[in-house]
Write a protein that binds this ligand. Structure first.
Ligand SMILES: [Zn+2]
Length: 274
């Protein structure tokens, strides 16, 4: 059955990197998918000639383009917080913004960064993970931000949560994205200035390391696709291999707050797996 999905992330390309294949697969199942991006992405460049305003504008357009490739509603919502400083936003404020979005879009499924995964160095990822997760935990409690109801947004329960992480610790769900790896790469490549930056950054690392990797040394950041494709395919192949798929994406999934276990014990049919 088609579901409503809300993706809450910190930056314009988080969704594409971490869940682009799964999202494209959901879109093909007619899921209605919305994306909420907490920051303006205005520090996402290595080019000293780019202003923060110019970068934010470029990244906003790229977010819409990436969403469109995946089949996400291109009317992406931006909360407008400063890039790289999301952790300075009071948690209660960010949690309220996330809860309001959940009550407005009424998703069956939430995707966000995992607040419990280790080795997450980006303060924005940690901040949005915590706020979105806690918002989803209590969005069906009417006395949490009762002003939302007055604004027409009733309490809403989010049944399924998919958490992604760069170093997942408790992943329990691998999605087969073999048929969607091309769309994931296309969606990432719609983030032109971010992918140029990614390749330029890899080249900086290479130069600093003194290692000899001709493929990277010869790569032109303007012609980023071969590098992005190689990077994404290698990552998705290593994740997929462990689950018997050519390419995969990994999540920590929480469904129905544990009553899934009750259903198993009772012999009740479980909902369709994704
Ligand atoms: Zn990010």
């Amino acid at each position: 059955m088609p579901k409503r999905v809300l993706v809450i992330v910190a930056h314009a390309d988080d969704m594409e990197f971490m869940a682009g294949g799964a999202i494209a697969k959901m879109a093909d199942l007619d899921y209605q998918i919305r994306e909420l991006i907490a920051t303006n992405n205005e520090r996402g460049t290595l080019d000293p000639d780019w202003s923060r305003e110019f970068t934010a504008d470029a990244r906003r357009e790229e977010a819409r383009a990436g969403a469109k490739v995946l089949g996400v509603n291109p009317d992406v919502e931006f909360l407008g917080y400063e890039d790289g400083r999301l952790s300075e936003t009071p948690l209660n404020e960010l949690r309220e913004r996330c809860m309001r979005a959940i009550r407005r879009h009424r998703p069956d499924v939430l995707l966000t960064w995992d607040p419990h995964a280790p080795y997450e160095d980006h303060q924005d990822h940690r901040a949005v993970a915590r706020a979105a997760t806690e918002a989803a935990m209590f969005s069906h409690f009417p006395l949490y931000h009762p002003e939302h109801r007055e604004a027409g947004f009733a309490p809403h329960y989010v049944g399924e949560r998919y958490f992604f992480a760069k170093s997942p610790r408790d992943a329990n769900k691998t999605v087969d994205i073999t048929d969607y790896i091309g769309r994931k790469i296309d969606a990432l490549c719609a983030h032109r200035c971010q992918m140029e930056m990614t390749v330029a950054d890899l080249k900086l690392q290479l130069a600093a390391s003194g290692l000899d990797i001709p493929f990277l040394a010869d790569a032109d950041p303007k012609d980023f696709r071969p590098v992005i494709e190689a990077q994404i395919k290698a990552w998705a192949a290593s994740v997929g291999r462990r689950a018997g798929f050519e390419y995969g994406e990994q999540f920590r999934r929480v469904r129905f707050d544990g009553i899934e276990r009750w259903a198993r014990r009772a012999g009740s049919a479980l909902p369709d797996d994704f």
